[in-house]
Design a binder for this molecule. Structure first.
Ligand code: NAD
Length: 289
């Protein structure tokens, strides 16, 4: 293997420590504790794990968590009412609605009601627009965490070509916006892109956010490139479940300069950035008086 591994687990741990220090300073100076409300509707097992991990991070970071676990039968009106009450609660700086929501609830309607200034997931169209025009707002946590990892190994992206595979609203598009802000020349690839391997071979920074296990092979990677693997896919190996990314780590690590592993790469950064967005929100609320 030639690539250096980007240790997202370690970077995230250090970021959480820094957030805890800043949260303690905020409490001492202003009497304000950053507050994150998490709404989980139903019993989806993956969602329960995500919410549990998020709540563990709040404790470590000095963020107060308000947890709302609602039954799967909850109506859309009830969720909207809860979001409205959290919008009005000054102790809440961040509101997160865990997706997916049960069928009877329109996710766009719920996400659209969250106060954009408490939208720590950065999914509200207002925050997507702010990111696009370069105004301060909330950046979705996974791209924000990925950008921190890229900055750590390649701080100057001027003149570099970045290829983002995936055009989702929560990962691919905001990731491309962040890379553009950093002066990279950015290409967004997706399921209809022609000759993806050849395009990827031109990338100094390659971000894979596809949801297809080990799709990006070493032969797609430009020698020395920074490879960020956002994918989280569960596959079976010898009858046992295993988590893999969208990148074929073994072959890509032979060619890349730096590469994130899965797990312990982008995943821990996502949760740390949720804490960072909540702290940022509390900081803005204090400034706004
Ligand atoms: P998505 O399904 O919304 O989007 C996937 C994108 O990949 C689409 O834009 C599609 O055009 C593109 N795509 C699909 N097949 C392709 C192909 N053959 N070639 C090129 N492009 C193709 O997924 P998402 O929400 O953006 O998530 C992507 C991956 O990232 C998933 O594995 C998800 O689990 C993972 N994820 C990880 C984190 C984290 O914290 N690490 C957070 C969010 C998502």
């Amino acid at each position: 293997m030639t690539a250096q591994i980007i240790d997202g687990f370690a970077v995230a741990a250090s970021l959480r420590k820094d957030i805890a220090t800043r949260a303690a300073e905020m409490k001492a100076a202003h009497g304000v504790v950053p507050g994150l409300a998490v709404i989980l509707v139903g019993e989806d097992p993956a969602s329960q794990v995500y919410v549990r991990n998020k709540l563990l991070a709040t404790a470590e970071c000095g963020v107060k968590s308000l947890e709302y676990k609602l039954p799967v039968t909850t109506s859309e009106a009830e969720v909207l009412e809860l979001v409205a009450s959290l919008n009005a609660n000054p102790e809440v700086h961040g509101i997160l609605v865990q997706l997916p929501l049960p069928k009877q609830i329109n996710a766009d309607k719920v996400l659209g009601l969250i106060d954009p200034d408490k939208d720590v997931d950065g999914f509200h169209p207002m925050n997507a627009g702010r990111l696009s025009v370069g105004l301060p707002g909330f950046v979705p946590c996974t791209p924000r965490g990925s950008q921190i990892l890229i900055d750590a190994v390649l701080p100057d992206l001027a003149g570099k070509h970045a290829v983002v595979i995936g055009r989702s609203n929560i990962v691919g598009k905001p990731m491309a916006q962040l890379l553009l802000q950093k002066n990279a020349t950015v290409t967004i690839a997706h399921s209809k892109t022609a000759d993806l391997p050849a395009l990827c071979r031109t990338a100094d920074v390659l971000v894979a956010a596809v949801g297809r296990p080990q799709m990006v092979k070493g032969s797609w990677v430009k020698p020395g490139a920074v490879v960020i693997d956002v994918g989280i896919n569960r596959i079976e190996v010898d009858g046992k479940g295993k988590l893999v990314g969208d990148v074929d780590f073994a072959s890509a690590a032979e060619v890349a300069g730096h590469i994130t592993p899965v797990p312990r790469g982008v995943g821990p950064m996502t949760i740390a950035c949720l804490m960072l967005n909540t702290l940022d929100s509390a900081t803005r609320a204090i400034k706004a008086g």
